[in-house]
Design a protein around this ligand. Structure first.
Ligand code: NI
Length: 198
Protein backbone atom coordinates (compact mmCIF):
# COMPACT_ATOMS: atom_id res chain seq x y z
CA UNK A 1 0.00 0.00 0.00
CA UNK A 2 1.24 3.42 -0.89
CA UNK A 3 -0.41 6.79 -0.63
CA UNK A 4 0.79 8.98 -3.47
CA UNK A 5 1.36 12.72 -3.38
CA UNK A 6 -1.40 14.64 -5.16
CA UNK A 7 -0.41 17.37 -7.61
CA UNK A 8 -2.10 20.73 -7.07
CA UNK A 9 -3.29 23.30 -9.59
CA UNK A 10 -0.28 24.94 -11.19
CA UNK A 11 1.82 21.77 -11.46
CA UNK A 12 2.72 21.16 -15.13
CA UNK A 13 1.52 17.53 -15.00
CA UNK A 14 -2.06 18.78 -14.60
CA UNK A 15 -1.80 20.89 -17.77
CA UNK A 16 -0.64 18.29 -20.25
CA UNK A 17 -2.52 15.84 -22.43
CA UNK A 18 -1.97 12.39 -20.90
CA UNK A 19 -0.70 9.48 -23.01
CA UNK A 20 -2.73 6.43 -24.04
CA UNK A 21 -1.89 3.23 -22.11
CA UNK A 22 -0.79 0.66 -24.67
CA UNK A 23 -1.02 -2.39 -22.39
CA UNK A 24 -3.35 -2.12 -19.37
CA UNK A 25 -2.23 -5.48 -17.97
CA UNK A 26 1.39 -4.75 -17.09
CA UNK A 27 2.56 -5.06 -13.49
CA UNK A 28 3.44 -1.36 -13.60
CA UNK A 29 -0.14 -0.33 -14.39
CA UNK A 30 -1.47 -2.80 -11.83
CA UNK A 31 0.69 -1.20 -9.14
CA UNK A 32 -0.34 2.30 -10.22
CA UNK A 33 -4.02 1.31 -9.95
CA UNK A 34 -3.54 -0.18 -6.48
CA UNK A 35 -1.66 2.87 -5.24
CA UNK A 36 -4.30 5.20 -6.71
CA UNK A 37 -7.05 3.20 -4.97
CA UNK A 38 -5.19 3.62 -1.67
CA UNK A 39 -4.66 7.33 -2.34
CA UNK A 40 -8.30 7.93 -3.22
CA UNK A 41 -9.50 6.05 -0.13
CA UNK A 42 -7.14 8.06 2.08
CA UNK A 43 -8.38 11.34 0.58
CA UNK A 44 -12.04 10.21 0.77
CA UNK A 45 -12.67 11.55 -2.73
CA UNK A 46 -15.19 10.58 -5.42
CA UNK A 47 -12.61 10.11 -8.12
CA UNK A 48 -8.97 10.38 -9.10
CA UNK A 49 -7.08 10.66 -12.39
CA UNK A 50 -3.50 9.46 -12.92
CA UNK A 51 -2.12 12.95 -13.72
CA UNK A 52 -3.21 13.97 -10.22
CA UNK A 53 -0.59 11.57 -8.85
CA UNK A 54 2.05 12.88 -11.30
CA UNK A 55 1.57 10.08 -13.86
CA UNK A 56 0.54 11.48 -17.27
CA UNK A 57 -1.37 8.40 -18.47
CA UNK A 58 -5.04 8.01 -19.49
CA UNK A 59 -6.39 6.30 -16.39
CA UNK A 60 -9.18 7.42 -14.05
CA UNK A 61 -11.15 5.86 -11.20
CA UNK A 62 -14.38 6.93 -9.54
CA UNK A 63 -17.44 5.81 -7.64
CA UNK A 64 -20.88 7.27 -7.05
CA UNK A 65 -22.75 5.92 -4.01
CA UNK A 66 -26.45 5.41 -4.75
CA UNK A 67 -27.50 7.64 -1.84
CA UNK A 68 -25.41 10.48 -3.26
CA UNK A 69 -26.80 10.06 -6.77
CA UNK A 70 -30.34 10.01 -5.37
CA UNK A 71 -29.76 13.25 -3.49
CA UNK A 72 -28.74 14.94 -6.72
CA UNK A 73 -30.94 13.24 -9.26
CA UNK A 74 -33.94 11.77 -7.44
CA UNK A 75 -34.92 8.36 -6.16
CA UNK A 76 -34.50 6.60 -9.47
CA UNK A 77 -30.76 7.36 -9.65
CA UNK A 78 -28.57 4.28 -9.22
CA UNK A 79 -25.09 5.65 -8.70
CA UNK A 80 -22.10 3.72 -9.96
CA UNK A 81 -19.87 1.05 -8.41
CA UNK A 82 -16.17 1.68 -8.05
CA UNK A 83 -14.78 1.78 -11.59
CA UNK A 84 -11.30 1.91 -13.08
CA UNK A 85 -11.33 3.26 -16.62
CA UNK A 86 -8.28 3.09 -18.89
CA UNK A 87 -8.15 5.12 -22.11
CA UNK A 88 -11.70 6.43 -21.56
CA UNK A 89 -13.85 7.94 -24.31
CA UNK A 90 -16.96 10.06 -23.77
CA UNK A 91 -19.83 10.56 -26.21
CA UNK A 92 -22.29 13.32 -25.43
CA UNK A 93 -25.84 11.97 -25.86
CA UNK A 94 -27.78 15.19 -25.34
CA UNK A 95 -26.97 18.88 -25.46
CA UNK A 96 -28.76 19.31 -22.12
CA UNK A 97 -26.50 20.95 -19.52
CA UNK A 98 -26.76 20.81 -15.72
CA UNK A 99 -24.85 23.09 -13.38
CA UNK A 100 -23.73 21.64 -10.06
CA UNK A 101 -21.06 21.96 -7.39
CA UNK A 102 -17.66 20.36 -7.88
CA UNK A 103 -14.50 20.06 -5.86
CA UNK A 104 -11.13 18.55 -6.71
CA UNK A 105 -8.26 17.03 -4.74
CA UNK A 106 -5.91 19.19 -6.82
CA UNK A 107 -7.67 22.38 -5.60
CA UNK A 108 -7.95 21.66 -1.89
CA UNK A 109 -10.63 23.45 0.13
CA UNK A 110 -12.32 25.02 -2.93
CA UNK A 111 -15.62 24.33 -4.69
CA UNK A 112 -17.48 25.93 -7.57
CA UNK A 113 -20.52 25.60 -9.79
CA UNK A 114 -19.70 23.84 -13.06
CA UNK A 115 -21.89 23.22 -16.12
CA UNK A 116 -21.66 19.67 -17.50
CA UNK A 117 -23.46 17.60 -20.10
CA UNK A 118 -26.31 15.80 -18.40
CA UNK A 119 -26.30 12.60 -20.43
CA UNK A 120 -23.25 10.80 -21.77
CA UNK A 121 -22.00 7.39 -22.84
CA UNK A 122 -18.52 6.43 -21.72
CA UNK A 123 -16.28 3.54 -22.60
CA UNK A 124 -12.79 2.25 -21.88
CA UNK A 125 -11.01 -0.71 -20.35
CA UNK A 126 -11.24 -1.79 -16.73
CA UNK A 127 -8.39 -2.91 -14.46
CA UNK A 128 -8.50 -6.39 -16.06
CA UNK A 129 -8.29 -4.95 -19.55
CA UNK A 130 -11.95 -5.76 -20.27
CA UNK A 131 -14.23 -3.38 -22.11
CA UNK A 132 -16.57 -1.14 -20.13
CA UNK A 133 -19.40 0.79 -21.77
CA UNK A 134 -22.10 2.65 -19.84
CA UNK A 135 -24.58 5.43 -20.17
CA UNK A 136 -24.60 7.96 -17.36
CA UNK A 137 -26.65 10.97 -16.44
CA UNK A 138 -26.70 13.64 -13.76
CA UNK A 139 -24.13 13.38 -11.00
CA UNK A 140 -22.63 10.14 -12.34
CA UNK A 141 -22.05 11.84 -15.72
CA UNK A 142 -20.58 14.88 -13.93
CA UNK A 143 -18.00 12.81 -12.05
CA UNK A 144 -16.89 11.01 -15.21
CA UNK A 145 -16.55 14.27 -17.17
CA UNK A 146 -14.56 15.85 -14.31
CA UNK A 147 -12.13 12.92 -14.11
CA UNK A 148 -11.68 12.57 -17.88
CA UNK A 149 -11.00 16.31 -18.18
CA UNK A 150 -7.88 15.73 -16.05
CA UNK A 151 -6.51 13.60 -18.92
CA UNK A 152 -6.67 16.59 -21.24
CA UNK A 153 -5.13 19.12 -18.85
CA UNK A 154 -8.48 20.65 -17.85
CA UNK A 155 -9.39 21.53 -14.26
CA UNK A 156 -12.97 22.38 -13.29
CA UNK A 157 -12.46 26.18 -13.00
CA UNK A 158 -11.67 26.10 -16.75
CA UNK A 159 -15.25 24.82 -17.30
CA UNK A 160 -16.95 27.37 -15.04
CA UNK A 161 -19.05 30.12 -16.59
CA UNK A 162 -19.46 32.07 -13.33
CA UNK A 163 -16.20 32.37 -11.41
CA UNK A 164 -18.00 34.27 -8.65
CA UNK A 165 -19.19 30.85 -7.42
CA UNK A 166 -15.59 29.68 -6.80
CA UNK A 167 -15.50 29.53 -3.02
CA UNK A 168 -13.53 28.20 -0.10
CA UNK A 169 -15.64 25.40 1.33
CA UNK A 170 -15.03 26.72 4.86
CA UNK A 171 -16.66 30.01 3.84
CA UNK A 172 -19.68 28.20 2.44
CA UNK A 173 -20.02 26.26 5.67
CA UNK A 174 -19.77 29.45 7.73
CA UNK A 175 -22.40 31.21 5.64
CA UNK A 176 -24.73 28.25 5.96
CA UNK A 177 -24.16 28.05 9.71
CA UNK A 178 -24.99 31.75 10.10
CA UNK A 179 -28.13 31.31 8.02
CA UNK A 180 -29.21 28.47 10.29
CA UNK A 181 -28.51 30.55 13.40
CA UNK A 182 -30.62 33.31 11.93
CA UNK A 183 -33.42 30.85 11.51
CA UNK A 184 -33.28 31.06 7.75
CA UNK A 185 -33.76 28.07 5.56
CA UNK A 186 -30.23 27.02 4.58
CA UNK A 187 -29.75 26.90 0.84
CA UNK A 188 -28.53 23.65 -0.67
CA UNK A 189 -26.83 22.52 2.49
CA UNK A 190 -26.58 19.01 1.15
CA UNK A 191 -24.30 20.28 -1.58
CA UNK A 192 -21.76 21.56 0.89
CA UNK A 193 -21.68 18.39 2.90
CA UNK A 194 -21.14 16.43 -0.27
CA UNK A 195 -18.90 18.50 -2.49
CA UNK A 196 -16.62 15.47 -2.87
CA UNK A 197 -13.23 16.02 -4.33
CA UNK A 198 -12.47 14.39 -7.61
NI1 NI B 1 -10.34 16.62 -9.95
Amino acid sequence: MAILKIARMGHPVLKQVAATISDPKTAEIGLLIQNMIDTLADAAGAGLAAPQVHVPLRLVMFHVPAARAQEEDGEAAEGCPFTVLINPEIDVLSEEISTGIEACLSLPDLAGMVPRFNHIRYSGLDHRGEAVEREASGFHARVVQHECDHLDGILYPMRMDDLSTLTFTSEISRTRAEEMEDGEEPQDIGEVAHAEDG
